[in-house]
Design a binder for this molecule. Structure first.
Ligand code: GLN
Ligand code: ZN
Length: 770
């Protein structure tokens, strides 16, 4: 038998996001459940057929999902919290768990389960909730249904499930669980369901099942490791079961390798893109009963695989294990890359040659499996790959000597403000003369139907660029007027000219390209289309100066310049893989540094550089945090430190917990930090207080994730909590995040309340009337 090609999971949405349209139309009652299921089924069949025709030997099923595969697993094991159980229609219940359900007629009003990021990806999963005394029960309908559906078109699949330990570690305990309880307490109750599932699959003649345990690439405590040991042993010991592929990805197994190799499974999948160095250790650790699934094709990025390098890894595995014990695989599910490069009609031919989406990656897998028996592979694809990679390496488009020289000459002086914060603060106070508890917003204002309509009209040629610009100016002017009327102290221009905070800058920087259909799922029906950062980054001309100066010309109050930070631009793009990310990040930082300088020279006195994604760039393993934080903070400082003491640098962060990276946040040395806190009722601020965060800080007092208008009392209460833990003179007053997803009426009411809350706080907490 020869080396097999296998796939761990395939993008779900279809090339032009067919699934998104089907979901949203079903949710808005524009189509029936049958319509939705028909589209889903059509997509699955299409994906299975294309995997089969491209020669994939082990094809996944149950990797598809109408919303999220972790939620599917919760359903499969019967982890449905009580509040959803009254909803009798399974599809309605499923979406109620995913998105909440308000149905007055049926008297149902349930909130959604929580959602959070899937490891270090931009994919968000639904967090299963386990109740005290949780009972599990197998519901194999989806798993078996997809298996049979694939068989009906002649495709034999390898069902994919999330393993029991990862499932529990990703779950949370329902409120009311006993103190000190752990989700792992539920393992004993959960395992029989997995055993029953394996039995059911064996009964149906399934040869292989893929059990995903990505938790094995994390730092696990003793309890979690013990849970793995127990769970794997139980599953392996099932009298009746398919062969088990234990899948790990997103990093090295490290000290968990022995646990994985000793799992009693029949194959182990390892990520050799993120961690090629683990190959030899894995080969040495595998018992004779286990095969190796070698993840050599990058499931997280869009570059063509270096087939020769991958081939060498495969050959090492074959030499040690023999061809019959080696499978060639993507590093992880292809869920995290777009579907098919052949749908890209506008990318230039040179770039196109460097790239591979899911469909192309399947071709690479087949080729690698076919060439596993020879030391010197030659084929059309190998030849084309070699010449494409050589062209990419030699291309002038990836290397700009000037940029490289600048990056290598960047030094600590360029990464430090002229004076320390207290001195800057003194000069800035004198310059701005702001009241205590100054009020501001995070940047964007509502992107109304009008704004989106105008953009669409421009794209369709129904509006000229001049008309569009006039329209945007009018929006900006209205926005500035409204902010003045509301009485905010520090204004913004409103970001009407931006669709997306990374795309907007990517489009103006050299080194970025954009796809037409390079979609990847972010959560539910939402997809993002990350820019492709392929070459050295530079800034051909000023990007934001005209909008900022226009807005500033309309008011005597300060208007903040508004930029997206280097780490966030990096984090939300598909990044080149031919140099360290730190290097790429420094290039972006230098381009932004020039923009900051231009804004300052144009008279913009406050400049905000948003870094909402700084925390999500953190490596999965603790021991790698320090290095990442070091270059991330350095990049921010490189972007922002070129200004005079009197120029006030703001930054903004959201979406995550920051308690464990406070020293890095302080090291960024922004004069003012605005941060999402209102949902956690300011708990985060205790961390800041304990840490003695030295600079100014605006804890969000207005939760912008809901249309609800917070009352004056609520905001005063939040401010008072803040003032209890941090000195009043450090505090700013602002919403949690940008307002672009909200509507004007609610935003105006909320901001009027917010400004009033600041006035009250001034009076109560400082005795000053303003
Ligand atoms: N300035 C951006 C906005 O207001 C910040 C967005 C973000 O933090 N995600 O929209
Ligand atoms: Zn934000």
């Amino acid at each position: 038998m020869s080396v097999l090609a296998t796939c761990l999971g395939y993008p779900r949405f279809g090339i032009v996001r067919e699934l998104k349209k089907a979901l949203e139309s079903y949710w808005s009652k524009g189509s029936s459940a049958e319509d939705l299921q028909a589209t889903a089924s059509e997509l699955r069949r299409r994906h299975w057929s294309s995997m089969k025709s491209l020669g994939i030997d082990q094809i996944p099923s149950n990797d598809f999902s109408l919303y999220d595969h972790v939620l599917d697993m919760a359903i499969a094991v019967g982890a449905v919290p009580a509040r959803y159980r009254a909803i009798s229609d399974p599809l309605a219940r499923y979406f109620a768990m995913a998105r909440g359900l308000q149905d007055r007629a049926a008297d149902v009003d349930v909130a959604a389960l929580e959602m959070t990021k899937w490891f270090d990806t931009n994919y968000h999963y639904i967090v299963p909730e386990l109740e005290p005394g949780q009972r599990f029960e197998l519901d194999a309908a989806k798993i078996v249904g997809e298996l049979e559906e694939a068989r009906s078109i002649g495709v034999e699949t390898r069902p994919m499930v999330i393993g029991p330990v990862t499932f529990l570690l990703l779950s949370k305990l329902a409120p009311g669980s006993p103190a000190g309880a752990s989700t792992l307490d539920h393992l004993d109750q959960l395992l029989p369901v997995y055993e029953a599932l394996l039995g059911a699959l064996a009964d149906r003649g399934v040869a292989w099942v893929q059990v995903d345990e990505p938790c094995l690439v994390l730092d696990l405590d003793a309890r979690s490791r013990e849970a793995c040991r127990l769970a794997f042993a139980r599953l392996a010991a099932c009298a009746k079961r398919p062969r088990i592929l234990l899948a790990t990805y997103f990093g090295a197994l490290g000290e968990n390798l022995a646990l994985a190799a000793g799992s009693g499974g029949d194959a182990l999948h390892v990520d050799l893109v993120r961690a090629p160095e683990q190959l030899d250790a894995a080969l040495a650790a595998l018992p004779p009963s286990m095969s190796l699934s070698a993840g050599v094709v990058d499931g997280r990025n869009i570059w063509r695989t270096d087939l020769d390098a991958a081939h060498r890894l495969i050959r090492r595995a074959v030499a040690k294990l023999g061809p019959e014990r080696v499978l060639v695989a993507p590093s992880c599910s292809l869920l995290h890359v777009p579907a098919d490069l052949s749908a890209e009609k506008k990318l230039d031919a040179e770039l196109l040659r460097w790239m591979a989406f899911a469909a192309q990656k399947l071709g690479e897998l087949r080729e690698l499996a076919d060439s596993a028996s020879t030391d010197s592979p030659s084929s059309a694809l190998f030849d084309e790959t070699r010449s494409a990679l050589a062209a990419r390496r030699a291309s002038k488009r990836t290397r700009n000597p000037e940029v490289r020289a600048r990056v290598s000459s960047a030094n600590d002086e360029m990464r430090s403000r002229a004076s320390a914060f207290p001195e800057r603060a003194r000069k800035q106070r004198a310059r701005f003369d702001l009241p205590a508890f100054p009020t501001t917003t995070i940047g964007s204002f509502p992107q109304t139907g009008d704004v989106r309509g105008a953009r669409a009209a421009l794209r369709a040629g129904r509006m000229t660029p001049e008309q569009y610009e006039r329209f945007l100016k009018e929006e900006t002017r209205r926005c500035v007027e409204k902010q003045e009327a509301i009485g905010l102290d520090v204004l913004v221009h409103g970001e009407f000219e931006r669709t997306d905070m990374v795309e907007y800058f990517g489009e103006q920087l050299a080194g970025f390209a954009f796809t037409e259909n390079g979609w990847v799922q972010s959560y539910g029906s939402r997809c993002v289309k990350p820019p492709v950062l392929f070459g050295d980054v530079s800034r051909p001309s000023a990007m934001t100066v005209p909008w900022s100066t226009f807005a500033q010309s309309l008011t005597a109050k300060p208007v903040k310049g508004m930029l997206t930070g280097p780490v966030t631009i990096l984090q939300w793009s598909f990044v080149r893989d031919d140099q360290p990310r730190s290097e790429t990040c420094a290039q972006i930082a230098l381009a932004l540094r020039d923009e900051v300088a231009d804004l300052e020279a144009a008279g913009i006195a406050m400049i905000q550089v948003d870094e909402p994604a700084i925390r999500e760039g953190l490596p999965l393993r603790r021991d790698a945090w320090g290095a990442y934080l070091q270059w991330a903070v350095e990049a921010f400082r490189l972007a922002t430190s070129g200004v005079r003491d009197e120029t006030q640098i703001h930054t903004h962060m959201c979406y995550s917990e920051f308690g464990d990276i406070l020293d890095a946040i302080a090291a960024m040395d922004a004069d003012v930090l605005s941060i999402e806190t209102s949902r956690s009722r300011m708990e985060l601020l205790t961390d800041f207080a304990r840490f003695r965060y030295p600079n100014e800080i605006g804890p969000g007092v207005y939760d912008i994730h809901s249309p609800r208008v917070p009352t004056l009392d609520e905001m005063v209460d939040l401010l008072e909590r803040a003032a209890r833990v941090l000195p009043g003179h450090q505090l700013w007053v602002n919403p949690d995040c940008g307002l672009k997803t909200r509507g004007w009426p609610e935003v105006e009411s909320a901001l009027v309340n917010m400004v009033e809350a600041a006035r009250l706080a001034r009076r109560r907490l400082t005795g000053v009337t303003a």
